[in-house]
Design a binder for this molecule. Structure first.
Ligand SMILES: [Zn+2]
Ligand SMILES: [Zn+2]
Length: 1090
């Protein structure tokens, strides 16, 4: 190992100090003789460091950076000192050993105060690696979320720590070491080896350099080389190697190998012009077309609508680009609209088309433009007047292009082709809106005399593609192309069942060295260091952050900062700038690993990946296949691994892995009969051009009734928007759901240089941002310093802490140091006053509408306390340090896992956040409550699932919220203080919202639809068609399909055969739900008929 040259001057002095202390300690040494040799050796190291630090602290002008301490200690020990050993000391004596990275500026502050007595403020000892300052990062880029500032590793021993003994500082510290070893040996459970536990715990104490790229230099001597992707071993060999690892315990429960596939070429009915051939050859190196490409182009040229549903990366964009060039060659006035679900994707595709046009003689002058929400107003006119092709999205078509059709008339008249990429994105509620937008668009095209627009769609592999396209576009005669002519490499699929540690009373297991997250990360690291590019998909944001944090710790502990520098997390909530940068890094091949939520599932081309790891079964088979499809292309072999979590749906696939491959995909659903959605778009359509009853051709049979009841008719019989939607109906309809109020999260670590790192929705902010809490961003921990609910701003500082708050996954994801735990009992959503009451058809029960009250706040943190100090250490910023010894942790985890004592409680002084909203609710009938209890249903599961089932059937529910139930609360064995009423509550996401009033109007029919869906859904324990919600803030963990069905049946007054209802296998927690009490209506409220 390479060491920085260090002062020899200090070393000679140190000898003296050293011999003095060792004489004094000789007697006490005897008692350590019974220790395992390992601890005796560790003690030698501790004593050497103790000596060096004692010397240094008496000469305070020398800052105690680790490299400097290390070389002196090595001088005493006469052998190299490993970082991991210091981490073990830190794990053993957390209140004595201070071992962390701090910003270099803080060190300088430290130095400057000292320099008042001493002139050596510019001593090279103040730097970690003096030469590293001059050298720029070898990778030429910077990880987002990392401070620009350099950090240095500081090693210090505390002077004040708990100790009953008197004596000099060096002796006191040595004594503390001995005590700690004895405590640890005592606390070690039977069958465990205390040194193993210490080594395992030490991993978490390896300090992570927040500016990892700089630390790369510290690593260069290790000669660790990641193979270039081209030179990586084959997946076959890697899988063989995995099975020889000591941690491999038959986790692979299923393996399928899909053979390599050769390309199938297709022929065009009429050959392309020489110019187009030249463009394809020059810009893409394309000289022949795959079967599906040729088939699609043939159909489009004959003016047929086309849907192509083939694998990822099968060259789908060529399908509409080639006909587009052909149309432009035939008529230079031709125009086209290309639609993508995200801006990033539109950007990628625009660049690709520009290159193609540029290489096509005669078409170089053609203008293409992006037209999205970011397009400045003053550019929009130029684009309308000069561009031939626009790259846009449905939001713009809905809110900007169609409402201004008169400005776009020339463009619309000349449209030859509309391509909608990633068609599978448009389903469910968003798809229902899009279907109506397309109908509005077709109507305007027809009105300006353009009857020949060709619609082209591309999608991932979906079920019944042409049926989906027909419903979405409202067109017949769709040519469906599903035969994939693109070649593909060999692909292996694994189902990986993490080693079950549940019944194993292992200390190592409790320290978090097991479980799905740990195994997924283990696998990811194993692949990355062999040059395999991996994406790890997590289901929720928090899992993504935890996985990234664990990756940082593991890779730092193993000294693989070179790998760490090539891993990035990617999820919603990050700033646009960070996201673009990560996409760019991934695409340009700089990254080896990405940890992502499904925000990356579609869209942006992130280049070639070799392996996909899914941490937990994603929502639905289609998602599973799309995520798996992210890996592998052309001639390379690839791998997709499903790491099963401890959830019913995952266990099901572990048992029956065939289903992953054989089970048909769910049909994409688009509700084109939803009167709520149709009415909304009729208001828009009528504004674009007055409606007549003939427009039922586009909008369906309900048009007449809706026009008569909801629109305004003029004397000539034309329908116009209802005045309440004027002057701009499109503004009243949000097609992707209302935006929640957002909190801005600012990193204020660097004084005077605040940086916005995230924006998070109010519904999350309440529980993720509270003073003193830990917030995770890109796997780094921050402590929340200040939250203002008035300005919706949270200020955070970087702090390396070994704990997290909100242990929602604590039994499976992080059985690590569970010291923190939020009390959720004080979040409360409940009905307050009844304004309207409505009958449910054929049922004695009612739907209610009125005001609801949301109170959240007064968060309590539980801190397990045995020798835990919560202190404030000032290193230029506030840092909360929470320390405990390994022996403490073992006893804490025992007591936590056996659930018998809370060790300490700290109240966080957060003012309660209250707001009043409008919403609707259904009370669970009393008789049913009795039955559910008798059969041991968990009421929270049933209510939560029934609420989601209802929302899944209501077209505008993205604008609604329900109270999502959290596992850590519902499955808590301890009796909860606050009971909640047995009530399905749905409320407006936005305070300005009025969707809940519409929801109330349709409450009964939606209830019936929800019931029918849950009853007929073919899934076993619930899926995203019936009771799961993709937007559930608690990941749908608390769910019961049967419970939901019974509630829906009871509300609809349908027969329930109590005898046939199976008794559930014991509810997991103490009951949190009680019968709902009647909410008093306002005076004079009449019950409305169903
Ligand atoms: Zn289902
Ligand atoms: Zn939920």
């Amino acid at each position: 190992m390479k060491r920085s040259a260090s002062s020899t001057k200090g070393a000679s002095k140190r000898q003296k100090v050293s011999s003095a202390t060792s004489t004094r300690n000789q007697d006490k040494e005897k008692e350590t003789l019974e220790w395992p040799e390992y601890f005796q050796d560790l003690f030698k190291i501790f004593k050497a460091l103790n000596t060096v630090l004692a010397f240094v602290s008496s000469h305070r002008h020398i800052a105690t950076t680790f490299p400097m301490i290390r070389s002196s200690a090595e001088g005493l020990l006469k052998r190299p000192l490993e970082l991991s050993k210091v981490a073990e000391l830190k794990a053993l004596l957390p209140d004595v050993v201070e071992f962390a990275y701090i910003p270099r500026s803080d060190l300088r502050i430290h130095g400057e105060t000292v320099s008042q007595q001493n002139k050596r403020s510019n001593s090279p000892n103040f730097m970690l690696h003096p030469q590293s300052l001059a050298i720029d990062t070898p990778l030429g880029y910077r990880l987002p979320g990392h401070e620009e500032e350099e950090h240095v590793l500081v090693l210090e021993f505390a002077e004040n720590f708990r100790t009953p003994k008197s004596g000099n500082l060096v002796d006191k510290r040595n004594q503390r070491f001995k005590d700690a070893v004895v405590e640890l040996m005592k606390a070690t459970p039977e069958g465990e080896v205390s040194t193993d536990l210490l080594q395992a715990a030490a991993r978490d104490h390896i300090p992570v350099n927040p500016s990892a790229k700089k630390a790369l230099l510290a690593n260069e001597s290790q000669n660790l080389i990641i193979p270039e992707p081209e030179d990586r071993p084959s997946i076959d060999n890697i899988l063989l190697e995995i099975q020889k690892q000591q941690w491999y315990k038959n986790q692979i429960v299923d393996r399928r190998t899909f053979k390599e596939k050769v390309a199938i070429e297709g022929l065009l009915a009429e050959p392309l012009s020489h110019t187009i051939q030249q463009a394809l050859r020059e810009s893409r190196n394309i000289t022949s077309l795959y079967y599906h490409q040729a088939a699609a182009i043939n159909a489009i040229v004959q003016r047929k609508h086309v849907i192509v549903s083939t694998s990822t990366a099968s060259g789908k964009s060529v399908i509409y680009q080639v006909p587009l060039l052909k149309f432009l060659e035939e008529n230079s006035n031709a125009t086209a609209i290309l639609i993508y679900p995200t801006k990033a994707l539109a950007q990628d595709q625009r660049t690709a088309l520009e290159q193609l046009l540029c290489a096509c003689p005669g078409l170089q002058h053609i203008k293409v433009a992006t037209y999205d929400g970011d397009t400045p107003q003053d550019h929009r006119r130029t684009i309308r007047e000069t561009a031939s092709v626009i790259f846009t999205n449905f939001d713009m078509l809905h809110a900007s292009i169609l409402p201004h059709e008169e400005l776009w008339r020339t463009f619309i008249k000349n449209i030859k082709l509309v391509a909608v990429d990633e068609l599978h994105y448009y389903s469910n509620l968003f798809g229902s809106h899009v279907a109506q937008i397309i109908r509005r668009f077709r109507r305007i095209c027809a009105a300006v005399g353009n009857q020949r627009v060709v619609f082209v769609s591309c999608s991932a592999t979906i079920s019944k593609p042409s049926q989906h396209m027909k419903r979405l576009f409202g067109v017949e005669d769709v040519e469906e192309i599903v035969e994939d002519g693109a070649p593909s490499g060999k692909k292996d699929y694994l189902v990986w069942d993490p080693f079950n540690v549940k019944d194993m009373d292992s200390g190592v297991a409790k320290l978090g060295q097991s479980g799905p997250t740990w195994e997924a990360i283990n696998l990811m690291i194993f692949l990355m260091i062999r040059g395999v590019r991996v994406i790890l998909f997590c289901k929720i944001r928090r899992a993504c952050e935890l996985a990234m944090k664990a990756l940082r710790q593991r890779l730092s502990a193993e000294g693989r900062l070179d790998v760490l520098a090539k891993v990035m997390p990617y999820r919603g909530g990050y700033s646009q700038e960070d996201r673009r940068r990560i996409e760019y890094e991934a695409f340009s091949g700089h990254l080896l690993g990405i940890v992502a939520t499904n925000a990356l599932e579609l869209g942006v081309d992130i280049g070639v990946l070799d392996a996909v790891i899914m941490l937990g079964f994603p929502f639905g088979i289609a998602n599973f296949r799309q995520q798996a499809g992210r890996a592998g292309r052309r001639s390379r072999d690839s791998l997709a691994v499903l790491v099963a979590e401890d959830l019913p749906i995952d266990r099901n696939y572990v048992k029956f892995p065939d289903k992953l491959y054989n089970q048909p995909m769910d049909d994409l659903t688009v509700d084109i009969e939803s009167k709520v959605v149709i009415e909304a778009h009729l208001q828009c359509a009528a504004h674009e051009m007055p409606l007549s009853k003939d427009d039922a051709f586009y909008f369906g049979a309900s048009l007449g009734e809706l026009c008569d009841s909801k629109l305004r008719k003029d004397k000539d019989g034309w329908y116009h928007p209802h005045p309440k939607f004027l002057p701009y109906p499109a503004k009243h309809i949000s097609i992707r759901g209302a935006d929640d109020d957002k909190y801005t999260v600012i990193d204020v670590t660097k004084v005077g240089l605040p940086r916005i790192i995230e924006e998070i929705e109010l519904s999350r902010a309440i529980f993720e941002l509270y003073e003193g809490g830990v917030f995770m961003h890109q796997g780094l921990t921050f402590v929340v310093k200040e939250v203002s609910h008035d300005t919706k701003v949270a200020r955070l500082v970087r702090a390396d802490v070994n704990w997290i708050t909100k242990p929602r996954d604590y039994t499976q994801v992080l059985p690590r140091y569970i010291i923190h735990h939020l009390d959720w009992t004080n979040r409360n959503v409940d009905a307050m006053q009844t304004h309207r009451i409505k009958e449910i058809a054929r049922s004695p029960h009612k739907a209610y509408f009125g005001s609801e009250w949301i109170i959240s706040g007064t968060i309590t943190m539980f801190i397990a306390r045995t020798g835990v100090d919560v202190t404030t250490v000032v290193f230029g910023f506030r840092k909360i340090r929470c320390v405990w010894t390994l022996a403490d942790i073992l006893s804490i985890s025992k007591s936590l896992f056996r659930g018998n004592k809370v060790l300490d409680v700290v109240d966080v002084d957060t003012p309660p956040y209250e707001r009043q909203v409008t919403g609707l609710w259904f009370d669970v009938p009393k008789d049913l409550l009795g039955l559910l209890k008798e059969k041991h249903f968990n009421l929270a599961e049933a209510i939560h699932s029934a609420s989601h089932a209802w929302m899944n059937r209501f077209a505008l529910s993205p604008d609604l919220r329900t109270e999502c139930k959290a596992a850590e609360k519902e499955y808590n064995k301890e009796e909860s203080q606050r009971k909640r009423p047995a009530r399905l509550i749905l409320y407006d996401a936005s305070r300005k919202g009025s969707v809940s009033a519409q929801a109330f109007d349709h409450s009964g029919e939606v209830l019936q639809q929800a019931h029918d869906m849950v009853e007929t859904c073919s899934c076993k324990d619930g899926c995203d068609k019936c009771i799961h919600s993709a937007t559930c803030s608690e990941g749908n963990v608390v769910a019961s399909k049967m419970g939901a069905l019974l509630i829906l049946k009871a509300l609809l007054n349908l027969d329930i055969d109590a005898d046939s209802v199976a008794t559930q296998f014991g509810s997991q927690g103490s009951e949190t739900i009680v019968e709902a009490t009647y909410i008093r209506p306002l005076d004079g409220v009449q019950v409305e008929p169903a």
